[in-house]
Each structure stands twice: as C-alpha cells, then as structure tokens.
Design a protein around this ligand. Sequence first.
Ligand code: ZN
Length: 251
Amino acid sequence: MRYGILSDVHSNLEALTAVLDVLMTERIDRYVCLGDLIGYGADPSACLSRLQALDAVSVAGNHDQACLGTLDVEWFNDAARAAIEWTRDQLSFLDMDFLRRLPLREVAGPCTLVHGTLRHPERFEYLVEVGQALDTLKVCRTLLCLVGHTHLPCVIEYDRARHQLTRLLSRPEELETVTYVDRPDTMRYLVNPGSVGQPRDGDPRASCAVIDTDRHTVAIRRVPYDIATAQRKIRDAGLPAFLADRLAQGR
Ligand code: ZN
C-alpha cells in the first residue's frame, strides 16, 4: 500500500496541483491530509474540491477550525487573521460542511493522523521539541504518527523497549528515503511531510511524503511549482503582501 501524505496546503492551488501531478505518477492507493487545508492562499474552495475529489483521509488544522469559528483567532498573527476573515467569505456552505466534519485525529492503516500533537490535538501545539515528540510517540497506538503544523519536514524514530529516540532526521538528503522497522510492538515513527502550500524550511518547493508499507519506506518529496502565479493571486485578492513574498523564500 502506498500513501500520499499532504499537509498545510493553505489554499495554494498551484502547489497542490504540482504535488498531485507528481503523486499521480507514483501509484498512490490512499491520500492523507494533515490539516490546514485553507488559510493564507487565494484558492480555498478550489483546494477543498481537489482534496474531496481525492477522497483523502483528513484531519482538521487550526486554520480550518478558525474559519469555522470553532477556534478563537486571538492567537493568530495579523496576516493569518486577515487571511482567515477573507477565506470565510470565499467558502460555500458545502465547503464549510466539509471542514466541520474533519476530526482532530484519525487512523488510516498503520498511521495515526493529527495536525499538532497527540497529547492535546485541540490545542494545536507546534511539535518542535524532543519532549513533545516523546509525549506524542508514547501515546500513539500505531507504528506511524503523521503530524503537520510546523511546515518543517522530519522523521523521528522511537524505540519503545529502550524508551529512547533513536533517530532524528531533518536534513533533505536524509529524508529522501527513510527505511523504517515494521515492528509496531516495539517501534514508533513520527513523520512530518512538510507543507504543500507554504514551506518554511528555506526550500520554496512544495513538500509532501510517500509512505510505502510494503517496502517500509518514507520518502519526502520536493516539487517545484508556479510560485509567481500563486503570489499574483494572493496580491490580486488583497491579502497581505507578506503572504505572497514568503512563498519565494520558503520561510
Ligand atoms: Zn499550517
């Protein structure tokens, strides 16, 4: 079985289209989406349509919940809040209904899906510290735990028998193909595929992951896309220019 893993699409249709064009050539059996489908970019409704057409297994992100009004935007910065308010006006009832149905966590085969952390999915914490990775991997009941939210790709290996994190991989060359040990009784893996629509690791190309459960591999893929068009649409929509500028930097 091959899973195509998407996260933090953030209404970037150009990035989503480029990623799906690549994944369509990779015999993906099931698509998975780790939240923040919308917010920041200029094509919220079109992105939701693409993801629904894929029948992707999805969880909710903080931007998805903020658009619904089920999460307070007081913690959002000015640009993010402006994007949420703009996005709300673009969504149909059907779009809203789709977002409302997204759970905070979900299980798909050997993968548990959550946007932030498994300890407190509803708090949308940024999983950036070793202690948080341990907390999430300790309560995860499947071999793989897929998270998004930070927009930073990584793979972390936890050996339950030794109570130790045994691998922390974040460099691009390390993430091209990671082989995991298929032992759900003793091992856990945290996988962050990076962000499709707003990468923040300094590489502006869209990021996604492919998990192959026959070969026991996780591969982080980087995909070039039409950044200039995504930027132009953001500016034309009257969204904060910063949201367009950052796409070219991957920050
Ligand atoms: Zn996000």
